[in-house]
Design a binder for this molecule. Structure first.
Ligand code: SF4
Ligand code: SF4
Length: 224
């Protein structure tokens, strides 16, 4: 069976991520090693290495997390060079890992994103209706059945694919897409932005994952 463009893109993205992740892990391991205090032997995660581990945690926060933050701000600033061309795909097919009921529970608990999402989108009555909007994407989801996905659409979209309340559209509509690692259709005016910044975004993501791994492993209980 021929692989569609989206599936191929996803496979490529995963391959690139694995490569970038490996390089980032090696880079961080070198920086951890560079902070090894004099006279300390053994492995970084060994119990009793509090001074070394504290120095690394500080380096993560003061240097790596700061660099990631700056890079991410640059990615978002560069996004302003692109604009929505009103293809309406994101209005017609919004996906969430949460069901309408779960989103309602989250909104009731004060989750702002869930509140805004529910103020815009309604669930599709069935999968077939959603399928018609973006068949290629739906096929991709079927092929990668990792998590359940719920499909929504905005009733404010007119039949000629225009927002009927454009001036008052909520922030989540104005901000979309705010993550270059999300799947975007080629018709999206931000597709080129995504392509250009994707390597840096992948690097930021892998760095975050790696420092989170270190932080979890250096849990306080292991060190006391
Ligand atoms: S409010 Fe307008 S911009 Fe936002 S999803 Fe609905 S139709 Fe699209
Ligand atoms: S998918 Fe992209 S171009 Fe299309 S309406 Fe959404 S933001 Fe605009």
């Amino acid at each position: 069976m021929a692989m569609n463009d989206l599936s191929e893109n996803l496979l490529n993205l995963r391959r690139k991520y694995r490569e970038i992740f490996k390089t980032a892990s090696e880079e961080i391991a070198k920086r951890v090693e560079a902070l090894r205090p004099d006279g300390v032997t053994g492995e970084f995660f060994d119990v009793g290495n509090k001074i070394w581990q504290d120095a690394v945690l500080k380096m993560f926060d003061d240097e790596i997390a700061r660099d990631i933050y700056i890079k991410w701000q640059e990615i978002l600033a560069y996004r302003k060079m692109f604009s929505c061309n009103r293809c309406a795909t994101c209005c017609n097919l919004a996906c969430s890992e949460f069901s309408p009921e779960e989103l309602k529970t989250k909104a009731d608990a004060g989750d702002k994103f869930a509140t805004q999402f529910l103020s815009v989108f309604e669930p599709y009555k069935n999968q077939e209706e959603a399928q018609k909007v973006y068949p290629e994407y739906m096929k991709l989801l079927e092929e990668n059945k990792e998590d359940k996905v719920y499909f929504y659409h905005c009733p404010k979209l007119s039949e000629c694919k225009l927002c009927t309340d454009y001036e008052n559209r909520p922030q989540i509509c104005r901000d979309f897409p705010d993550n270059p690692l999300s799947i975007l259709p080629k018709s999206c005016g931000f597709y080129e932005w995504k392509q250009e910044v994707e390597p840096v975004a992948l690097l930021c993501h892998s760095m975050m994952e790696i420092i989170e791994f270190y932080k979890e492993k250096i849990c306080t209980s292991c060190r006391d």
